[in-house]
Design a protein around this ligand. Structure first.
Ligand code: ATP
Length: 429
């Protein structure tokens, strides 16, 4: 043993309006701290002098408005400084949103429309920095004392909970650069697949349910109405993906549309929305720091997200292994299965699969390694419109004894016997 290895501590001086872009190594963490000046990570200020630990693979930028010195300790996959960033345009958007929030707050809360703060939706192709911009706008707003609502419609990656969901949560403090979005009390709807094309109708139904629920919450809460929301979307912007963006804009009554990194999408949206004077369609540049991720990396990230749900970011949670009888559970799949029996259709017609039909699923070995959502529904017919309490992971199915073993975030009985299955699986490594 001993500590003969050379110190890896190094300092980086950042000029005003520049950033240090870091990709943490794949298997070792990185320590970093702010030595002098001021700096932020995606909108959240760094505390002076305190070492922060960044887990392997994390990609981030330390940006400074007025200059800073950063100290790093540990290996990185990549780190470099960049003085060309779109941050000024981003913070200008923030200033406009602040104006809208203040006006909403000042107006009488009896006037439902004028007391509504900005409803921002961030759209753009994959890897344009949508999640990152959403994060900055949210963190900057909290710094000003607002509690905006974050809505994540990106069911592929998902920054609020497990992949395969759409979800919303109020943001009350600047988002921690390491921990991410707080998991306190998210409102989660389980879609069950990592791409919306699996069941577009179901995806739309869930977006509608989520919007309806938020609308109800806003009605009784003038403060969060005025703070508004920031809606992150997925990178699917062509064809049906584009239709889904229009659907989300409509359902959430979005009034600020931020288009990242694509002129064509911006002009299409501008054209479609030209008759809506209250809707701003804003074009923004993509940051050169955004790291592209291929399908394999995305698949891996999803897997890490699921692991994080059960075990925490740094193995700081201990999930519980529980056993249940088959008869204690009622598992459903949404969609698929013929809508009407063939005999009821005209000769030659194929029965169409009803995308929002509830199909009971029998418990068998097919459920091994599957992630199930635990619904808040009290009756089966409430399942589609209900949000979910959380997730379980099936680790064993014992056909003979009619028992399943599953991993859950806590011990004890499930909050409901109604479980939803999709195509989300996980192989614990
Ligand atoms: P998706 O296609 O999944 O919707 P996205 O458009 O939301 O992606 P982000 O998740 O915001 O893109 O960014 C992709 C990755 O790039 C993330 O890991 C993020 O932390 C990183 N990233 C974004 N901006 C920067 C930057 N300026 N410097 C370094 N890394 C960055």
């Amino acid at each position: 043993a001993g500590s003969a290895s050379a110190s890896t501590v190094r300092q980086v001086k950042l000029e005003r309006e520049s950033e240090l872009r870091v990709e943490v190594a794949n298997d070792t963490p990185l320590r970093l701290r702010l030595l002098t000046g001021t700096a932020e990570i995606f909108g959240t200020e760094l505390p002076p002098e305190i070492w922060l630990n960044f887990p392997p693979r994390l990609k981030f930028a330390v940006f400074t408005w007025y200059g800073a010195t950063i100290e790093m300790d540990g290996a990185t996959e990549l780190d470099y400084t960049a003085d060309e960033t779109p941050m000024v345009s981003y913070v200008n958007v923030h200033a406009i949103l602040e104006g809208r929030r203040s006006r909403a707050k000042a107006s009488s809360s009896n006037d439902y429309d004028s007391s509504q703060g900005p409803r921002v939706i961030v759209v753009g192709p994959t890897d344009s920095g949508k999640s990152t911009l959403s994060r900055m706008l949210l963190s900057w707003a909290t710094k000003q004392g607002w509690k905006p609502t974050f809505v994540d419609l990106d069911n592929g990656q998902g920054s609020i909970t497990c992949p395969g969901c759409i979800a919303a949560t109020p943001i009350e403090l600047p988002i921690d650069p390491v921990e991410g979005i707080p998991l306190d009390m998210p409102l989660v709807y389980f879609y069950g697949h990592t791409t919306p094309s699996n069941n577009v109708d179901l995806y739309k139904v869930l977006v509608k349910e989520l919007a309806r629920m938020l609308e109800r919450q806003f009605t009784g809460n003038a403060e969060s109405r005025a703070a508004g929301m920031v809606i992150n979307t997925m990178g699917w912007i062509e064809g049906v993906g584009y239709e889904l963006l229009l659907h989300a804009i409509d359902i959430f009554n979005a009034n600020v549309i931020l288009v990242l990194g694509q002129e064509k999408l911006w002009s299409m949206l501008k054209d479609v929305l030209k008759n809506k004077p209250n809707v701003d369609v804003v074009k923004l540049q993509k940051s050169g720091g955004v790291v592209s991720r291929n399908a394999k990396v995305r698949q891996k990230t999803r897997s890490y997200r699921i692991k994080e749900y059960f075990y925490g970011l740094v193995n700081d949670l201990s999930p519980h292994s529980n056993i249940a009888n088959f008869s204690d559970l009622a598992v459903y799949r949404i969609g698929g299965g013929p809508q009407a029996p063939r005999s009821a259709l005209p000769i030659g017609a194929e029965p169409a699969a009803d995308p929002t039909r509830l199909v009971p699923v029998s418990v068998n070995r097919d459920l091994l390694h599957v992630i199930l959502a635990v619904s808040f529904a009290k009756e089966p017919d409430e399942i589609i419109s209900s949000n979910v309490a959380g997730f379980i992971y099936i680790t064993d199915v014992d056909i003979q004894r009619k028992k399943i073993t599953y991993l859950g975030p806590s011990a004890g009985d499930l909050p409901s016997k109604y479980l939803i299955v999709g195509t989300l699986t996980w192989l614990e490594t």
